[in-house]
Design a protein around this ligand. Structure first.
Ligand SMILES: N=CN[C@@H](CCC(=O)O)C(=O)O
Ligand SMILES: [Zn+2]
Length: 428
């Protein structure tokens, strides 16, 4: 078990301490609960004390002798970042498609001509588990270097029994050896595989009758996601998949209203999804329903940026009471990045979110987006010792100096895993 750590003299300790056990909405998203000259004491992987440095030192006295001290003078300390929407486990890359899009091709045209998700499916099906593990581990290391300590990872590049299970098994293996905690989502309904072209309902039957029961029985995932989009899966087909998963104990998530308005947000509310993600084309009714039911909107500004489309209206959704989280959407087609700080910056510039809202959306609200709001996402007594120490004197500078990685130290479960901007976790 990890030893004790005392972090002291943080210029700003961004605690995000909450007043309730629910995601932050509206003005609550701007309340970071900052402690100046802050300190955190971690023991056995958990946060034990949080407060002003002198007060904590006085309280703990001799207990602090001989333990690891980290001087955070001139830096800020935040909860480890949480990414609630990634397609972490895949093989290969799609830089030629980027070039095609720069020359005018659309994302959906490329997909309908056998590229896009189908191209990655081809490469993922043909990759060995070892190759998938190694390629995905490199991305996980990048996430860790950018301050991420927990992320969600979806399947959805197998689109057949063996390859979907291969992706989920690799995610499980990575979770066992890598410092980042991985929370798995089954997304067999990411695209209609080419073998089922023209008969998507037969593929939905396969998902419902064979894949979902196996995933649930073997505890390979806790969430179930679907790409509800015109030309992919209809709201009716999406509903069938999400309801079937629910009966087996898998919590619904949904890729909703990304390219066209398609009543995805409305479906998310109807099936009781924990989140609806993308939402570039959400309807006013969808916003209202999500706000009323507290369904988390996971917004992905890197995807809009990379696809060169207008980003989701985060400002409007926050103002109307939707709890908002942010994510990289890390995937090889529409957002090939592991940089949470870049996503934060894009959310300010393209979604009208403030730096404080962005911090809430990448920590506590992101944690609620994967049902971990009681364990991570804020610096509070009893939560996991997951922290990022960033080399900026105040949180505004984190967003102001854009395109840079300010992550200096990362602490996961009370252990230092990144130091001086370099990985230092022991290999398991
Ligand atoms: N929109 C659907 N799925 C992914 C993209 C997958 C891909 O292009 O490979 C997303 O969330 O952006
Ligand atoms: Zn996605």
């Amino acid at each position: 078990m990890s030893k004790s750590i005392f972090i002291e003299h943080a210029n700003q300790l961004i605690t995000l301490k909450g007043k309730s056990n629910s995601p932050r909405v509206g003005k609550q998203m701007s309340d970071l609960q900052i402690i100046e000259d802050g300190a955190v004491y971690i023991e056995s992987g958990k946060i034990v004390e949080v407060g002003k440095t002198e007060e904590i030192k006085k309280k703990l006295g001799g207990k602090l002798e001989g333990i690891k001290h980290i001087d955070a003078t001139g830096k800020i300390v935040t909860p480890g970042f949480v990414d609630p929407h990634t397609h972490l486990v895949y093989a290969g890359s799609r830089e030629e498609e980027f070039n095609m899009r720069l020359n005018g091709a659309s994302y959906m045209d490329i997909m309908n001509n056998g590229g896009g998700i189908h191209a990655t499916t081809f490469m993922t099906r043909n990759a060995s588990s070892k190759q998938l593990f190694n390629e995905s581990k490199r991305r996980l290391d990048q996430f860790l270097l950018h301050g991420v300590t927990t992320l969600e990872a979806k399947s959805g590049y197998g689109l057949e029994w063996d390859s979907e299970m291969k992706q989920l098994t690799v995610a499980k293996e990575l979770n066992a050896v890598h410092p980042i905690d991985i929370v798995s989502t089954f997304m067999g309904a990411h695209a209609v595989p080419k073998e089922y072209k023209g008969c998507p309902d037969a593929y939905i039957d396969l998902i419902i009758e064979e894949m979902l029961p196996h995933v649930a029985k073997n505890e390979l995932a806790e969430f179930n996601d679907v790409f509800c989009e015109r030309g992919v899966f209809t709201p009716e087909q999406s509903r069938r998949v999400l309801e079937a998963g629910k009966r087996l104990g898998l919590t619904p998530k949904i890729h909703a209203d990304e390219i066209e308005p398609y009543e995805g947000a409305e479906l998310a509310v109807e099936v009781g999804a924990i989140s609806a993600d993308h939402l570039l084309k959400i309807s006013q009714k969808g916003i209202q329903l999500m706000a009323d039911k507290g369904v988390i909107g996971v917004l992905l500004p890197g995807t809009a940026f990379f696809l060169m489309t207008e980003a989701a209206d985060g400002r409007k959704m926050i103002d109307q009471g939707v709890p908002i989280a942010l994510s990289t959407d890390c995937n090889p087609g529409s957002s090939p990045t592991c940089s949470t700080p870049l996503i934060m910056n894009l959310a300010c510039i393209h979604m009208g979110m403030t730096p404080a809202e962005v911090l809430t959306a990448t920590t506590i609200n992101a944690a609620y987006g994967i049902n971990r709001g009681n364990e991570i996402g804020s610096i509070e007594i009893g939560k996991k010792g997951d922290l990022a120490i960033l080399n900026v004197p105040n949180f505004m500078q984190l967003l102001y100096h854009f395109g840079m990685n300010h992550t200096h130290t990362v602490i996961k479960d009370g252990e230092i895993v990144v130091q001086g901007g370099k990985l230092c976790y022991p290999s398991r």
